[in-house]
Design a protein around this ligand. Structure first.
Ligand code: GLN
Length: 385
């Protein structure tokens, strides 16, 4: 049948299927151990699923209020103030979203206009650039380099001009597992204060930091928080990535614009899960103990691969560990990652795909949000490579 219009001009001509889908699909096809896409292979707390069921049975199955149910927003306000010191008004400054990605898309759409520049640090999580480009903004890139992936703020300064509308930061950082320091945050504040530049701070791994490091969230810095959107995710915190639940914090004037987009993108999000989270979130230990929980997994995985030919600088946060393979092969990381699936039955994520131009530091990302048994099987393969 002839199609009309016969030629579609893609709005995202260079975008294909995400690396997470590609690698997870390949892992399934080859029945490989899947440490590629970031998700736990263990269950969430049954008490949480019970709460969802209970709230469905109670009849909470119709639309939630557009910004989310108040009880949950109130708890998020309390948690944010207790942990980071900034007070967000649940009425006007907190919105529950269908996961971090939707919140990020919404914030970018609410703020970015044609030809606006958005500074991002790459390797950058893959949803940032398409969102910028669909809004006709332009991504400006600062390249982070292996093995430390740290930021030289004097260099960042050179990328800023009157068209800079937004800076996107991500701490703890996916895919590298690095974190921003108090010094980074102070420099970011100095750089953006009074400029009209908006910060979009992707903090979905806020509770997963290791070795005594504390999360340097934007909400610790009133001078940053007053021009920032902060994004967080229940999926990462409560082992429920498939529920697609997250939230956004922002001062009233920014949140007003955010909600204008949110209400027409999703209107509101899953009602019974919001009620469940509004009860579950009262148990502070559930998120306060997450760092220790994942540090055990990181340490276990890193101990198991210590005898391999990969190099390993322990991750500071997130549930990802980078391993370098320079001593093993000169192949491109994308080729090497595919070969590991096909020949060894192990799936990972090649880090170069998170750069807009080829930047191959010969590192692969491994997700350690897995049962010990899965980590053992994966490590056994890694030690054979
Ligand atoms: N955040 C997950 C990761 O980094 C991927 C989520 C997705 O597949 N979009 O692996």
């Amino acid at each position: 049948m002839p199609l009309f219009p016969s030629v579609i001009t893609s709005k995202l001509p260079t975008v294909g299927t995400t690396i997470f889908t590609v690698m997870s699909r390949l892992a399934n096809e080859y029945q490989a151990i899947n440490l590629s896409q970031g998700f736990p292979d263990f269950s969430c707390d049954p008490a949480l699923t019970d709460l969802v069921y209970k709230n469905m049975q109670k009849g909470y199955n119709q639309y939630a209020p557009m910004p989310g149910i108040m009880a949950l927003r109130e708890l998020i306000a309390e948690k944010t103030e207790a942990l980071y010191g900034t007070k967000y008004d649940p009425e006007t400054e907190i919105t529950i979203t269908a996961g971090g990605t939707q919140a990020i898309y919404t914030a970018i759409t609410a703020m970015v206009r044609e030809d606006d520049e958005v500074l991002i640090f790459e390797p950058a999580y893959d949803c940032y650039v398409p969102a910028i480009e669909l809004n006709e903004g332009k991504a400006v890139y600062y390249q982070l380099k292996a093995p430390d992936y740290n930021i030289d703020w004097n260099e960042v300064q050179k990328l800023i001009n009157h068209r800079t509308r937004m800076i996107i930061i991500n701490t703890p950082h996916n895919p590298t597992g690095s974190i921003l320091t108090a010094d980074d945050m102070a420099k970011l504040e100095k750089l953006t204060k009074g400029t009209g530049i908006i910060i979009l701070s992707d903090e979905v791994y806020e509770h997963i930091l290791f070795d005594g490091n504390i999360h340097q969230g934007v909400a610790r810095y009133p001078g940053l928080a007053d021009h920032s959107f902060i994004i967080s995710s229940f999926g990462k915190t409560f082992h429920t990535t498939g529920w697609k639940m997250g939230y956004c914090l922002a001062p009233k004037n920014l949140m007003e614009e955010f909600r204008k987009v949110h209400q027409f993108l999703v209107f509101s999000v899953n009602t019974p899960i919001q009620y469940a989270l509004a009860e579950y979130l009262k148990q502070k230990e559930k998120y306060m103990e997450l760092g220790a929980f994942y540090q055990k997994k990181r340490d276990y995985f890193n101990r198991l691969v210590a005898g391999s030919r990969f190099t390993c600088k322990p991750s500071d946060g997130t549930y990802f560990q980078l391993l370098g393979y320079k001593k093993i092969s000169e192949e491109k990381d994308t080729d090497f990652a595919v070969r590991l699936v096909k020949e060894y039955g192990l799936a990972s994520i090649p880090v170069s795909v998170f750069y807009h131009q080829p930047a191959d530091f010969k590192v692969l990302r491994f997700c350690f949000a897995k049962q010990d048994e899965t980590l053992e099987k994966a490590a056994e393969i890694i030690c054979r490579i």
